[in-house]
Design a protein around this ligand. Structure first.
Ligand SMILES: Nc1ncnc2c1ncn2[C@@H]1O[C@H](COP(=O)(O)OP(=O)(O)OP(=O)(O)O)[C@@H](O)[C@H]1O
Length: 764
């Protein structure tokens, strides 16, 4: 039995791990994989480069496959409970089973399912909930064609009632093309168009919401009085796989009724309550399985969603899924990548063909959902990778919107949405708050305690004191960020600041030469700094390609390219690949590349400036020292303050053509700040609880690194256990084996119980 098998992984994944060259699970994999496989929510934090992608990716693959298998088995066994396709199914009316949905509900909405009372107490935002059962407008030859529900307004506040497909925004009924609403202000709304309709309604009024599927008409009543036709269903709605009752509230409350006997007013002629629908006509919006059944035959529907904070990272994780899924057959698993910065068309086509695992960046994923292209109604596994970064980049609202659209419980109610949060830094209050909201009794796997740098990463600094150098003598000249370009003469702090800018690239070159670096990621603060450094290295003997000393002498010695947010996706992809292939030696990047990017055996990282957030330091230097390979990270730190650009006005880029007011400090109405690296260094050291060692003369490594061999970086750590370690290992071995056996036993009995439970359930 391999160590991966001990974790409960299936044979396909064990083969895939073997092919990838993984011999033993890393500590985070040993801890997190069994937890993820047992179905609970997990928050996992471990060092950079410790194999977190496999720690969540392997369980996601295995669980996705299991979900697909279980559904296939249910289908074969004829116990598959779905609305429209199983002919052997007993046909009965929904009755009180027609109620509000447990899944399609905004976070701000509280709902009592028995009474149909629902309220949203936010004063600032709308919250909505849909009915659990809807009606499929595509079905033919059925008995019920006109259906309605009642909503009684039971408090002051704003209320809107109507119908929505599963793609409609819960918090914006009538604001998109997927829903139709009638509001208390006497307006009807669809696809962002609000028009006068009917009458105003308020507390005490009862609104009847009527859907005539055959005629394709939505209409409303107020206290039993018809208000006339409000909408004709759009072609898109008529082709949707279900239209559901929907309410949307802002600091308001209502009671929703679906069963005719409970109605305050008799239904207009020909209409019945949703409770009178029979199970063949009804669409169960809470049943992910039925979502698959309703989709065109054979088309896949996503089971897992993985969100990444950056496009490159999403591509990398998607690549992991493609590689590891290739071992799965019958059913095969199809991963899909959905990121911004590229055309949507091919992504739409991919979704039409069907994918099982979606990896993407939050905004693009939400756009696809809102456009009705991506259906989250069958998602069972939701992963936030680099979760803290996802929040930093302002994605919280997007994440919550996506979460709202996922079913929290599967049809059986024994299986629920599983949420997993992973990062190297997961300790912020914001993350805890988000985790508290998204997860239920989550298990923490915290392999870090406090932030630490992996043992395989050596990190050091070079302090730059501009008062000790003759900057004017340095060649080639450095293009700076123009923060001082308007002054005819510079003095005091500004003169030192300009010297720092002109000095640092030369120090970079000195470090590269001293360590004979041939592969290094160089982090800059801004995209503009990246552009300037690229020009400097090119002038120093760079170029787009390294041709090697044998063919071109020093040509390409500083060959480089840029990976930053200002470059388009194609160029970013090309440049990253060129760096990975060794076609260029230096990858100049912004913090876009600080997280997760995995470049095998990367030996060096250099920080041109320290990042302004100390956790980003940990992520940046974590690009080296991955998977037990040694790496060196060097930060070039200014001993004095540097005036740098800081522009909060979106899209405004004063550095291209600065005006006198632009270069003033922000506190004086301009767009610059004093960047205080000594202070940032202190913050980093405080976070790590240790100091960062300086390099010696000629950038020599400190003795404390114990590195004799200059080429040690980029190579596997030399692990020769000494005799003492061996003794320890031998003493512990039997206990470890006993524990492993116990864990296997526990997992086997868990699966046995789960299988029995599923068998009982399918017999019911
Ligand atoms: N069990 C293993 N044995 C050997 N190598 C592994 C193992 N698991 C993962 N790796 C390799 O380790 C490297 C780092 O893995 P990964 O990118 O998942 O790290 P991470 O923890 O997500 O890092 P970060 O926090 O920087 O995102 C990858 O090259 C991966 O292929």
């Amino acid at each position: 039995m391999s160590a991966f098998e001990d974790l409960g992984l299936c044979p396909e994944l064990i083969v895939a791990a073997d092919v990838a060259g993984f011999t033993l699970p890393t500590p985070i994999q040993s801890e997190a994989i069994p937890l993820c496989l047992t179905g609970g929510d997990v928050l996992a934090s471990a060092e950079t480069g410790s194999g977190k992608t496999f720690a969540f990716g392997a369980p996601v693959l295995q669980l996705t496959r299991e979900t697909m298998m279980v559904e296939r088995e249910r289908e074969r066994g004829g116990t598959w409970t779905r609305g429209t396709t199983t002919t052997s199914e007993a046909v009965e009316t929904l009755g009180t089973r027609a109620r509000l949905s447990a899944n399609a509900r905004s976070a701000t909405c509280a709902t009592d399912y028995a009474s149909g009372r629902t309220q949203s107490r936010s004063m600032t935002s709308w919250g909505g909930v849909r009915g659990r059962y809807g009606i499929d407008p595509r079905r033919e030859g059925e008995t019920v064609g006109k259906v309605m529900f009642e909503a009684e307004v039971t408090d002051d506040g704003l209320a809107r009632f109507g119908f929505s497909s599963r793609f409609g925004a819960l918090d914006g009924l009538g604001a998109d093309a997927h829903s139709y609403g009638y509001g208390g202000t006497g307006k009807k709304s669809h696809n962002k168009s609000f028009e006068d309709y009917g009458e105003k309604f308020k507390k005490g009024d009862v609104v009847g919401c009527l859907l005539d599927i055959e005629g394709g008409v939505v209409s409303f009543t107020k206290n039993g009085k018809s208000l006339g036709d409000a909408f004709r269903l759009s072609e898109q709605s008529a082709k949707s796989d279900g239209l559901f009752p929907a309410v949307c509230l802002k600091n308001a409350e209502c009671v929703v009724r679906f069963v005719e006997e409970d109605f305050k007013h008799a239904p207009p002629e020909g209409y019945v309550g949703f409770g009178s629908l029979n199970s063949r006509d009804a669409v169960d919006g809470d049943d992910p399985a039925s979502a698959e059944a309703r989709s065109k035959s054979g088309v896949r529907i996503p089971r897992a969603l993985i969100l990444e904070p950056a496009r490159e990272l999403a591509e990398q994780t998607h690549e992991f899924f493609v590689n590891f899924a290739s071992e799965f057959r019958d059913p095969a698993i199809v991963p899909g990548l959905f990121i911004g910065g590229v055309k949507e068309g091919p992504q739409h086509a991919l979704l039409r063909e069907g994918v099982d695992i979606v990896t993407g960046t939050p905004i693009r994923v939400l756009e696809l959902v809102q456009n009705g292209k991506l259906d989250l109604s069958a998602i069972r596994y939701f992963v936030l990778d680099e979760a803290d970064r996802l929040l930093d980049t302002g994605n919280q609202a997007t994440i919550l919107k996506l979460f709202e659209r996922m079913p929290k419980l599967a049809a059986s109610a024994t299986e629920r949405l599983q949420v997993m949060l992973f990062s190297a830094t997961l300790h912020s209050p914001e993350i805890r708050e988000l985790a508290g909201f998204l997860t239920v009794n989550a298990t923490w796997v915290d392999l870090k305690g406090k932030d630490a740098v992996p043992e395989t990463v050596h990190h050091a600094l070079v302090l730059v004191d501009p008062t000790t150098q003759d900057v004017d003598a340095l060649e080639p000249k450095v293009l700076t960020d123009r923060a001082h370009s308007l002054a005819s003469t510079l003095d005091g702090d500004d003169a030192l600041s300009e010297s720092i800018k002109r000095l640092k690239p030369h120090i970079l070159r000195g470090i590269i030469d001293a360590h004979e670096m041939d592969q290094c990621m160089i982090f800059c603060r801004t995209n503009f700094d990246c552009d300037n450094l690229e020009k400097f290295l090119n002038e120093s003997g760079g170029g787009k390609r390294f041709r090697g000393a044998d063919v071109g002498g020093v040509e390409g010695k500083y060959s480089c390219c840029v990976l930053g947010g200002a470059r388009n996706m194609d160029e970013r992809r090309r440049n990253l690949q060129a760096f990975k292939n060794g076609d260029v030696r230096f990858l100049i990047c912004t913090d876009v590349a600080a997280r997760g990017i995995d470049i095998k055996n990367l030996p060096y990282v250099i920080n041109m400036t320290l990042p302004d957030k100390s956790e980003d330091y940990i992520h940046r230097i974590g690009r080296v020292g991955r998977a037990d390979t040694m790496g060196l990270a060097i930060s070039i730190v200014a001993a004095k303050n540097e005036r740098v650009w800081y522009c909060t006005k979106k899209g405004y880029k004063p550095w291209f053509d600065p005006k006198p007011d632009d270069v003033k400090l922000m506190s004086e109405g301009g767009h610059t700040i004093w960047y205080n690296e000594p202070k940032l260094l202190k913050d980093i050291e405080k976070r790590l609880g240790s100091t960062v060692a300086p390099l010696g003369p000629n950038y020599a490594l400190p003795d404390s690194f114990g590195v004799q061999d200059k080429d040690a970086y980029g190579k596997a750590r030399d692990e020769k256990p000494n005799e003492e370690t061996n003794e320890h290992l031998l003493a512990y071995a039997p206990h470890v084996r006993a524990l492993a056996a116990l864990e296997t036993k526990v997992q086997s009995s868990f699966w046995e119980l789960k299988r029995k439970f599923a068998a009982c359930e399918s017999m019911e």
